[in-house]
Design a binder for this molecule. Sequence first.
Ligand code: F6R
Length: 616
Amino acid sequence: MCGIVGYVGSEKSLEVLLGGLKRLEYRGYDSAGVAIVDAAGELHTVKRAGKLSVLADELAAHPMANGSTGIGHTRWATHGGPTDRNAHPHLGDDGRLAVIHNGIIENFAPLKDELLAEGFSFTSETDTEVAAVLLGREFRATGSLQEAFRRVVARLEGAFTLLALHQDEPGVVVGARRNSPLVIGLGDGENFLGSDVAAFVEHTRRAVAIGQDQIVTITPNEVKVTDFDGNAVEVEAFEVAWDAAASEKGGWSSFMAKEISEEPDAVANTLRGRVLDGRVVIPELEAFGDDVLAGIDRITIIACGTAAYAGQVGRYAIEKWSRVPVEVELSHEFRYRDPVITPTTLVISISQSGETMDTLMAVKYAREAGARAISVCNTQGATIPRESDAVVYTHAGPEVAVASTKAFVAQITALYLFGLHLARVRGSLSEADQAEYVAELLAIPAKISHVLESSESIAQLAKWMSDSRAVLFLGRHVGYPIALEGALKLKELAYIHAEGFAAGELKHGPIALIEAGQPVFVIVPSPRGSAEMHKKVVSNIQEIRARGARIIAIAEQGDAAVLPFADEVVPIPLAAPMFEPFLAVIPLQIFAMELATAKGLDVDQPRNLAKSVTVE
Ligand code: F6R
C-alpha cells in the first residue's frame, strides 16, 4: 500500500524520486506526488491523482525546480478518495515542510480536533495532513525537525511509515516506522529511504532495514537511527540479492508476462543450497534446532490470498511427509477466533512482500501466545521475517506485477522443502522416498519451461473466451487450491466472476450454476496417482458435461480417459501427483493474463488493488 521514497545527496532528487516511484508503483497507483527543497532552500510540491504517468506528464509540461533533498509518494487511498488534494505530500508550517505516509493513523480524529481548536486548517480529508500540521506546530515549538518529528510520532497510533523534510533544514530527511515498512539505502555522499529496496536499488545495493518503532535521519554523509525516545540503535547493513535489471520489464509486454517466464528460475533458485545428496537441509532452520522441530505437534499455516492457496497446497505435502497435523488459515481470521496455541505449535506464515499487515499481526499474536514462528518470504529486510524465529526465503526475485505468479510457485517450493526437512528430522520418510521427492522437485523447473513453451493454445483459448461472463474451476486434493488460485487470478486480472470448487463439492450445491456453454476448467489428477481419485474427477466432468458445461481439462499428457468428455485439453508434463500444482497453475495464470489483455486491461496494475497490503 503506498510507496515511499526519500533522498538526500546531489541536485538530482527529482530523477531519483521518479525512478524510485516507478519501481514502487506496484504498491499503489491512484495518485502520486513529490516534494523537493531546491538550492535556494525553498520547498516545491507537485502531486496529481492518477497513475505515476499523470504526474510525469505534468512535470514534463511544467518542470519543477530540482534539489538535493526530496520525498516522493505513490498512493493507495485509505482516508479520502484519490484526488489531487488528497495525494501526498501534505504540507505543514505554512508550506515549509512536507510529509508522506504509508498506513493509517488511527487517532487522527482527536488530533485533528485539537489542531482545529487551535486555529489550524486543513485542505484534504487525509489522516496524513494531520501529522503534517502537527509536525509544523512542533517545529515552531522546538526549532528542530528531528525533535519535532520525535514528538509527533510519539503521539500517533496505528500503522505508519512517515517521511518528512523542512525547507529550513535542507539536506535532511527524517523517517519513522511502526507496523509498516521502511528501508535505508546507503550511498556514497547520498542516502536513500524507501518502502522497500526497489526504491533505490538502481543507485545502491547496500541496505539497512529499520526496526519497529524506530526513527531514522539521513543526510548526504550520515545515517542515524534511534528509538522513539531518541536512544541510538545499532543497525546492520545487508546486500540486496538482486540488481535493478531484475525489476525492469526488459522487453516483455508486461511485468506479469516476464514474471511468469521466470517461474522455472523462481523454483530453481529457491531449491538452490537446500538439497544435499538426495536430502533436504534448509540451513536457515539449523539455528531453530532439530530437537525443537522434532517436538512440534501441530502446524498452522497463515497467509492471505494467493499465498494462502500456496499454503493449502503445502499442507498436503507437509502433513503427508512429516505426519504432523497441518491446518491453513487466513491470517485475518486466525487472530480473532482464540486459536489453541501451545509451545509445540509451529506457525508458518507465507508472504511474498513480508509486509501484509493481516499476516504480520497474526504472527505477532501467535508468538505472544507461545508459538514458534517460521516465515516464508520473498523480500529481504521485510517486517514479517524480522518478527519470526526463522525465515525460509523464496528466491523468486522481485515481483512487480500486482497479481502474484512466480512467488506462488516459489512458496510451494519452500513449503515442500520444509516438509522434506521436517520429515528428515522426524524420521517419518525413508531415505528412498526423500530421494524420490527431491528428484521430483529438482525436475520441476524444466517441466515448467516445457509448459511455458507450449502455452500458445491457452493464449488462443483466452482470446476466444474474452467475453465470458463467469468461469468455474474444479480440482481435487492438491488440485483444489489450484482451482481456487485459477479463479482468483481471473477475478483480479480480468474482472470476470470466477469461482473455484473442490470437485467433490459440486453436487452439494454449485452444480446448479451449470448451464449450457458454462466454461469450467477442471484440474485432472494424474491417473498414475490415486486411480480412484482420477476416476472420480472424470465422473465429475461427465456430470457437468451432461448439463451443458464447456470443459477445459488440464490433464497429464497421455491421459486418454478425459479426451472423450473435454472440449479442450491442456496437457501438462508427467509428474508425481503431489507435484502437479507447479505445472497445472501455469496455464491458469497465462489464461487470466491473456484474457485480461484481450479485454484491453492493465494486467500489471488491476483496479482497486495494491501489491503490498499494509492495512488490516
Ligand atoms: C493475488 C495476490 C494477493 C497476495 C496477498 C498476500 O494475486 O497477489 O492475493 O497473495 O495479498 O500478499 P503477500 O504474499 O505479500 O503477503
